[in-house]
Design a protein around this ligand. Structure first.
Ligand SMILES: C[S@@+](CC[C@H](N)C(=O)[O-])C[C@H]1O[C@@H](n2cnc3c(N)ncnc32)[C@H](O)[C@@H]1O
Length: 192
């Protein structure tokens, strides 16, 4: 099975953006545990090694525009904001309003390039902000979410767990190119 590599850039993002700062107080003592942590509302802050794998596959670069689907605690939004830097932009989108509020509070004013938005019913992602260079999906889809692939620029990359497998999807002028990177467990991507 192919495994993502390890880069200094992603390691530095993990040092710069502490998971602890995005957890409810009751979970902060467990921030260094490599396991998902529940953050209320039946959802989790993802397992750090899984987030690391996904960020390595995504390869968000300085200046990129990134969509973070299922921003939850806001941790991935913060990590992505660090990776794209002040010339980039990250839009987080989350379906649970209380988590949108919590993520905004956790991000504070540290990352002017990052924002968190409440998902609109029946709409995946933020199509009006497209095209994005990168799309990260932190919830499991049962099939490839083509509505999100459509929000990529040509040459752009989406990383998402689909039917239990981590996919890296590159948009091309023709059919998207799909690569597979092993099995991961996530809360479901809700379409309502
Ligand atoms: C694993 S959790 C959060 C991980 C998050 N990136 C973090 O760092 O904490 C996945 C999130 O996806 C959200 N979600 C599920 N379906 C969604 C959808 N269609 N649009 C936006 N968010 C969604 C859930 O509410 C949940 O907060």
């Amino acid at each position: 099975m192919r495994r993502p590599g390890r880069t200094q850039r992603v390691a530095e993002a993990f040092l710069a953006v502490a998971r602890r700062d995005f957890l409810p107080a009751r979970q902060q003592p467990y921030a260094d545990d490599d396991r998902p942590l529940e953050i209320g509302h039946h959802v989790t802050n993802s397992q750090p090694s899984t987030v690391r794998d996904m960020l390595e596959l995504l390869d968000a670069r300085p200046g990129h525009r990134v969509l973070d689907v299922g921003s939850g605690s806001g941790w991935t939004t913060g990590l992505l904001a660090h990776l794209v830097g002040p010339d980039g932009e990250v839009r987080g989108v989350e379906r649970i309003p209380a988590l949108v509020v919590a993520a905004r509070a956790s991000l504070g004013d540290r990352y002017p390039q990052a924002s968190v938005h409440e998902a609109r019913r029946g709409v995946l992602g933020i199509p009006e902000g497209a095209p994005y260079d990168r799309v990260l999906v932190s919830a499991a889809a049962t099939e490839l979410p083509t509505a999100l692939v459509d929000q990529l620029a040509v040459g752009g990359v989406l990383v998402a767990p689909v039917a239990g497998e981590m996919l890296r999807v590159t948009r091309t002028e023709d059919e998207p190119r799909i690569e597979r990177f092993g099995h991961y467990v996530f809360v479901p991507l809700i379409r309502d």
